[in-house]
Design a binder for this molecule. Structure first.
Ligand SMILES: [Zn+2]
Length: 153
């Protein structure tokens, strides 16, 4: 694993769009969203690939996915897509492992553009400005905290 410097390694950039953290993982609001329920799970330490995760990171990653699922369910969304692009040929533009979690309703799925939105951030219907992104992430923190309360063991 090479030393990397990318926006997901830069606390000054990624910190402002972080909704909450789960141990070694952060849950981040997507700046350009496919749907209104579009988050990313990103390890705090730089990882190129998911198979570089430590045991703790794998456990935290699973817990973060579970938390997002509960947030989606509270919104009445039972379906979602997990999308992770690794390597430039895949269309990935950031070489820091990240998993997109996108809640999908039948209305989203029936949108004729839905299938092509992942590969083209400019075409996605949700856009947060640099000013809006941290504000929205802070607002979402309460929703995640409520879901955490419900899922705690
Ligand atoms: Zn990185």
């Amino acid at each position: 694993m090479a030393e990397q410097s990318d926006i997901f390694c830069n606390e000054g950039i990624i910190g402002s769009s972080t909704i909450t953290t789960v141990g070694t993982m952060r849950i981040v609001l997507a700046k350009d969203g496919v749907t209104s329920t579009h988050f990313m799970v990103i390890p705090m330490e730089h990882r190129d690939h998911i198979d570089e995760f430590t045991g703790q990171e794998t456990a935290d990653f699973n817990e973060a996915l579970s938390l997002i699922r509960h947030v989606a369910e509270r919104r009445g969304i039972a379906s979602y897509r997990l999308i992770s692009m690794v390597g430039a040929e895949s269309g990935s533009t950031i070489a820091h492992y990240h998993m997109h979690v996108i809640g999908v309703t039948s209305a989203d799925r029936n949108d004729e553009k839905f299938g092509i939105l992942m590969a083209n951030p400019g075409a996605r219907p949700i856009h947060y400005s640099i000013e809006e992104l941290p504000k929205r992430a802070r607002e979402l923190r309460a929703e995640f905290d409520a879901a955490k309360g419900r899922t705690s063991h």
